[in-house]
Write a protein that binds this ligand. Structure first.
Ligand SMILES: C[S@@+](CC[C@H](N)C(=O)[O-])C[C@H]1O[C@@H](n2cnc3c(N)ncnc32)[C@H](O)[C@@H]1O
Length: 272
């Protein structure tokens, strides 16, 4: 996919996610976010840059960890997600947070500015994760650290048929590189290529709970990578993709909804 088109698909797809995101995804993503924060080991007074901050779920926790004497510059591509983050930051009265609309590939921040770079579940969506990793390395001071979380191997993510189901009905794949970084040692290699050292990688098995058919469909289609394609489907096509997706996760349905297995990869590295 043309990188500019991919950026547009993500930007406007995530705008559509803003209203449903926390309800749909805060539970499923929490294990990866908590592991990322544990591995980041943020200290009071530190300066943090966050890439693809979304609605601010990690931003708020990072801001608490660095305290009023530190700062968090949280960036994302989507105005809608940043607006949600803005409300959450204002409600929590966290003056140490600055929110900026930025593509992960061009942060427009100074060299050597931060102690820590973090990105939770964002790098799968950028057209060239290597460029985004080099941007993080560039804005970190010497000895600074980055901690990144992505989804893991396609075969370990029970919801992964979502992409082929949607791709079968559009001209170009909606999220062609989604599982690239989660496969094998790809994230470690990408970090190494971008100049990170002392790389530590953890894989986490997870179970994502969606309490009903309506909620698992909302989480999949309402916003995010497939949302732009989905928004252009007619009612018949929407019915078809709903049916095929529910069939693909049927084996995970039980008395309290769907419990879908998945895997996260969380990695930490330092710049020299
Ligand atoms: C799954 S959400 C993760 C949000 C947040 N980090 C969290 O853990 O809840 C993915 C986010 O990546 C953002 N994103 C997608 N492509 C991006 C890009 N090229 N640059 C910056 N952010 C991007 C989306 O707007 C969305 O907010």
């Amino acid at each position: 996919m043309d990188p500019r088109l991919q950026i547009r698909v993500q930007r406007y797809g995530w705008d559509r996610a803003a209203e449903v995101y926390d309800r749909a995804w805060s539970g499923p993503l929490e294990p990866a976010q908590s592991t990322l924060l544990e591995m980041a080991d943020l200290k009071p007074g530190e300066g943090v840059v966050e890439v693809a901050c979304g609605s601010g779920l990690v931003t708020l926790r990072a801001a608490d960890a660095v305290g009023p004497g530190g700062r968090v510059v949280a960036t994302d591509l989507s105005d809608g997600m940043l607006e949600r983050a803005r409300r959450a930051v204002d409600d929590a009265e966290l003056e140490q947070v600055t929110l900026l609309r930025r593509d992960a590939g061009a942060l427009e921040l100074s060299d050597d500015e931060f102690d820590v770079a973090i990105s939770a579940l964002g790098l799968m969506y950028v057209p060239d994760p290597g460029v985004a990793l080099r941007e993080m390395a560039r804005v970190l001071r010497p000895g600074g650290r980055a901690v990144l979380a992505v989804w893991g191997e396609r075969k370990r993510c029970g919801w992964a048929d979502l992409f082929p189901i949607v791709d079968a009905r559009v001209n170009t794949e909606v999220c062609p590189l989604f599982f690239q970084l989660g496969t094998g040692d790809a994230l470690r290699y990408a970090m190494d290529e971008a100049g990170f050292r002392e790389i530590v990688v953890r894989r986490l098995e997870t179970i994502s709970h969606f309490p009903s058919e309506a909620r698992i469909l909302e989480a999949a289609f309402a916003g995010g990578p497939v949302a732009m394609a989905y928004s252009r489907f007619d009612e018949t096509t929407r019915g078809e993709v709903h049916r095929e997706y529910l069939e693909s996760v049927e084996e995970y349905r039980g008395g309290d909804g769907y419990r879908v297995p998945g895997e996260f990869v969380v990695a930490r590295g330092e710049v020299g």
